[in-house]
Write a protein that binds this ligand. Structure first.
Ligand code: ADP
Ligand code: ASP
Ligand code: MG
Length: 447
């Protein structure tokens, strides 16, 4: 059972989590928890302030967030009762001050310090949730995920090393589960083989939960969030979005990858590999069934299940007469991206040009410099990817025309269709996202 940040935001939210966990203790759950809402952002902001040598404001900015933890702890844990959380919080405050000081002095590599700092969100939330559950009679026990999830050294976006992680998780958590404890772990955080703290990338708690589920051969992975399952569109953009009852792994993966934040894109892989059903449920509406993500799902009558979007996309166009009728050109282009460890999202080619999209532009200047050796390069920032997902989309007739007819007044910069069975993807200017998504949603889902 994974609870996201909004599910552990304040006293009322913890109350809901306690009820949900208590109601399923008989199913022998493992609880994975994110940092309290806004805490990860606050820790990252403190790191940035410290980097700019503004140490006092970096430290002061965290005060209100520590207080939010204290408020929860005071509410649930009776005065005088044993409370491991208070000591943990004091330790975290001292450690964070020290890590921020080191950041301002740059006395350790910054990427390493950043992960060490940001990990306190989940370290604290998991300790707090375990103590709160105990105070309410659940036999909970906190484990430090940094001793369970082993990753490579890519701070900020570390890749788990599966066999080692699986063995550690089984070794530590299985005996605890077998003795009727409910293990509570922080999502998102891990450590490399040297024991240095790493993180799995923003939104990575879903991924952690999937790893724990796979390692323990769980009967089900539950992702508890602030909406009732995966919906036909982001409800923040389309208030009339509806819950999708069943999605296939492939549909869910495409949606997650192309922006539906409700599931982290990597969540699906361990679930697929181990055939574990994933259920997305709402802590605010625990009785609702939510969305089941399974190996297979049926086609919906209009073939379309959901619309996702991803903003902040840059288009790169590479044009070269050398490409005409020659081989090896694509490979030369892709090697550049491989060298700079940059992921391409959407791609479209003609006889003499390639257009592709990126969402990570940290290495853009270097990539462009190298690509210029191969041809003429244009860079166009400020775009968004829109992804329409549904089983059977590729083989349907007339769908693309109805989609593009609906938004005929909008310029489409790039289209990709047919690579996967389940999606139709195109790229538009970022400022058109809300309008286009709402129009499509109305046309495709509202009868
Ligand atoms: P958590 O803190 O639980 O991990 P997130 O904020 O990461 O929650 O994800 C939940 C949010 O994802 C929702 O509040 C919703 O705005 C957004 N979202 C985007 N696309 C979708 C979608 N298709 N279905 C449901 N939620 C979506
Ligand atoms: N707390 C982390 C984040 O905000 C991980 C997560 O919530 O899944 O990105
Ligand atoms: Mg999330």
């Amino acid at each position: 059972m994974k609870f996201g940040g909004t599910s552990v935001g304040d006293v009322a939210a913890f109350e809901r989590v306690i009820n949900v966990v208590s109601s399923q203790v008989a199913r022998r759950p493992v609880v994975v928890v994110s940092a309290m809402t806004k805490v990860t952002d606050a820790l990252l902001a403190a790191f940035d302030a410290a980097k700019k040598a503004d140490l006092p404001s970096a430290i002061a900015s965290l005060g209100p967030h520590f207080e939010r933890h204290v408020a929860v702890s005071k509410h649930f844990i009776p005065e005088g009762a044993s409370n491991l959380f208070d000591a943990e919080l004091q330790f975290a405050r001292d450690e964070l001050s020290d890590l921020l000081l080191r950041t301002s002095r740059r006395s350790l590599p910054l990427s390493m310090l950043k992960d060490a700092i940001v990990s306190y969100g989940e370290q604290l939330s998991s300790r707090l949730l375990a103590e709160v559950l105990k105070a309410r009679g659940v036999n909970a026990r906190q484990f430090d995920s940094r001793r369970l999830v082993v990753t490579d050294d890519e701070f900020g976006a570390a890749q788990p090393i599966w066999e080692e992680t699986r063995d550690l998780v089984r070794l530590d958590l299985q005996p605890s589960i077998d003795s009727d404890e409910v293990p509570v772990v922080g999502g998102f955080i891990a450590a490399n083989r040297a024991g240095e703290t790493t993180t799995l990338g923003r939104g990575g708690s879903d991924f952690s939960a999937a790893l724990f589920a796979a390692a323990l051969d769980a009967g089900e992975l539950q992702i508890w969030t602030d909406v009732t399952g995966v919906m036909t569109c982001d409800p923040r953009i389309c208030p009339d979005a509806r819950t999708i009852p069943v999605l296939s792994y492939e549909e869910a993966a495409e949606l997650a990858y192309f922006g539906a934040k409700v599931l982290h894109p990597k969540t699906i892989k361990p679930a697929v590999d181990h055939g574990i059903p994933v259920r997305v449920c709402n802590t605010f509406e625990p009785e609702a069934v939510g969305t089941m993500v399974l190996a297979q799902s049926g086609e919906s009558p209009n073939k379309i299940k959901s619309i996702a979007y991803k903003k902040n996309i840059t288009i790169l166009r590479i044009t070269s007469a050398r490409m005409l009728g020659s081989y090896g050109f694509m490979s030369a282009v892709f090697q550049v991206f491989e060298r700079f460890r940059t992921v391409i999202d959407v791609i479209s080619t003609s006889e003499v040009s390639i257009a592709l999209t990126l969402d990570n532009t940290t290495e853009l200047d270097k990539i462009v410099a190298e690509l210029q050796r191969l041809g003429e390069v244009e860079v166009e920032p400020g775009y968004a990817v829109i992804c329409i997902v549904g089983e059977g989309l590729r083989d349907s007739t007339g769908l693309a025309s109805s989609v593009f007819l609906t938004i005929k007044d909008v310029n489409i910069s790039l289209i990709s269709h047919g690579a996967s069975r389940v999606n139709l993807t195109f790229v538009i200017r970022e400022e058109n996202v809300a309008g286009v998504t709402q129009k499509l949603h109305r046309e495709l889902f509202v009868v």
